[in-house]
Design a protein. Structure first.
Length: 312
């Protein structure tokens, strides 16, 4: 009888220990990770084990394989915000710092450079330091040639602020022409979804004069699927200053004068569109452009088309 009781105790002890070990394994496997490789490829799944040489990885469809540590750029745990309402992993928009025309407070990551091809010419952007980037854009004929700079600060987990500027010249076609646009932008959100409010002052100078206008923008984007982002951009010229002048005219009997006041109206360029992520390093987007001014709206028949490519 004593042997029977002893055997039962051993079985219960083993069962309890085995159940505890199995529970711990399930808890560990419940964490889903994103592994980003040096070539930009992303892996989604669970880490079974890891050492200094390699990671034993299990994908969501059950495949297991080793990933060498030297090819891994980043390992990130995922939470519910990484998925859409259908349970699909969405992830970040690699080009989330740009809309169609304007930018936001999110910085280009250090060492992550990209080019934006437009129908009118290329736009290069370079992440040179922590929250600091510079760029250069031009038309296909080299006029204008514009340099850009932006410095960002993270005010909170979902709040960013940036200041920057653009300076351009008419180069070889019109060297006497130039322009500058200092700006500031406040944005809320992340690289999956964000909204930005920007303001600045654009000035253009030419041979014998200069003129300028205050500018504003409201823009945003949201990544709704693994390969699709919705993008909205706007570029608003605020009303110009009031200009007064005296006009003299003859009414048939005498010369009369009257005070005339005029003010350039506000003009808004509105661009809603879609961005398709064709690969981890490339994207294509197009938008339907419209112009609003003095209570009227005119659609632009030529869509805005752009191509993105990471340079690293």
């Amino acid at each position: 009888m004593r042997y029977l009781v002893f055997a039962l105790l051993l079985m219960l002890t083993y069962s309890a220990a085995f159940g505890q070990e199995d529970s711990t394994a399930v808890e560990q496997d419940s964490t889903v990770y994103r592994i980003v490789k040096n070539d930009g490829q992303e892996l989604i799944g669970m880490i079974i084990s890891s050492d200094a040489r390699e990671v034993l990885f299990k994908t969501l469809d059950g495949r297991e394989f080793y990933v060498p540590q030297h090819v891994i750029k980043e390992i990130e745990p995922l939470d519910s915000s990484s998925y859409n309402s259908r349970g699909e992993y969405v992830g970040e928009d690699k080009f989330a710092t740009r809309y169609f025309i304007t930018t936001n407070g999110l910085p280009i990551k250090k060492g992550e450079h990209y080019i934006q091809w437009n129908l009118f010419g290329p736009d290069f952007q370079f992440g040179l330091g922590k929250n600091f980037g510079v760029g250069v854009m031009a038309s296909w004929i080299g006029m204008p040639l514009i340099g850009t700079i932006k410095k960002s600060w993270e005010l909170g987990d979902k709040t960013q602020f940036a200041v920057g500027g653009l300076v351009g010249t008419g180069t070889w076609i019109a060297p006497e022409w130039g322009g500058a646009l200092p700006f500031a932008t406040l944005s809320f959100g992340s690289r999956k979804s964000n909204i930005a409010f920007s303001g600045g002052y654009g000035a253009v100078w030419f041979g014998d004069g200069a003129q300028g206008r205050a500018l504003a923008s409201v823009a945003g984007m949201v990544k709704v699927a693994p390969k699709v982002s919705l993008v909205f951009d706007s570029f608003i010229l605020l009303p110009g200053p009031v200009e007064s002048y005296t006009q003299t005219y003859y009414d048939g009997n005498q010369y009369l004068s009257q005070q005339i006041e005029r003010r350039d109206p506000a003009i808004a360029l509105l661009v809603p569109g879609v961005r398709f992520h064709t690969s981890p390093q490339t994207a294509f987007q197009f938008g339907f452009t419209g112009i609003a001014a003095q209570g009227e709206f005119w659609p632009v028949p030529i869509p805005m088309v752009q191509w993105y490519r990471s340079l690293k």
